[in-house]
Design a protein around this ligand. Structure first.
Ligand code: FE
Ligand code: FE
Length: 203
């Protein structure tokens, strides 16, 4: 049996540190991640803890985010320094460990990578990355209907589609893009294209 966590207590604590919308989103990610864990045979407890805590640092003001990272020697890329909101992922993992007593590396790394994704994600990393994007309170992203269905059928293709739409969206803003998102996209596009080829050969 794995570690059990007090999800109620965690939720009560989160309610103090998140604004109302963020709290609602957080619970949406928690239950979506739990449902995806059911569909894909992942650990439901870990999925819920990671879902609950993924944005636990989101409502810290930007300046304080930068300060905290400096104080705790958390590495900041030039992109993150320019866009401090990106730091909520790393800081979230830090707070999960220090304030919510989570030591499980699988959970912590799902929190670290939930915003950018990365190549070769673990099952739990993919679940949190996707659940964050599709939870029921989200409504703005394109192709959501398709992507939501894929989340319960094919995690790699689902990840690929999300990264593709994310990069398209980021390109419409004249901002630069976190290199990790591009790397993740290339990796999952590759998996997708290789599979398409194999399917053609089988015909
Ligand atoms: Fe986030
Ligand atoms: Fe989120």
């Amino acid at each position: 049996m794995g570690t059990t966590y007090d999800l109620q207590k965690m939720s009560r604590r989160l309610a103090r540190y998140l604004d109302e919308d963020r709290y609602t989103h957080t619970q949406g990610v928690r239950y979506t991640a739990a449902a995806m864990a059911m569909a894909h045979g992942a650990d439901m407890m870990k999925a819920q803890v990671a879902g609950l805590l993924h944005d636990c640092a989101k409502c810290i003001p930007a300046k304080k985010k930068l300060k905290l990272c400096e104080r705790e020697n958390i590495f900041m890329s030039p992109y993150e320094k320019k866009n401090p909101f990106m730091l909520h992922a790393k800081l979230g993992a830090y707070l999960a460990r220090e304030k919510y007593d989570v030591e499980d590396e699988e959970i912590l790394s799902a929190i670290v990578w939930h915003t950018t994704g990365r190549p070769h994600m673990s099952l739990l990393e993919k679940i949190i990355f996707i659940a964050d994007y599709i939870e029921p309170n989200r409504c703005k992203a394109p192709n959501l209907e398709d992507i939501r269905r894929l989340a319960f059928v094919d995690l790699d293709t689902c990840t690929y589609r999300i990264l593709e739409d994310t990069l398209d969206y980021l390109k419409t803003n004249p901002k630069d893009i976190d290199g990790m998102t591009q790397d993740a996209f290339n990796y999952y596009r590759n998996i997708y294209e290789r599979r398409e080829l194999e399917a053609e050969e089988d015909e």
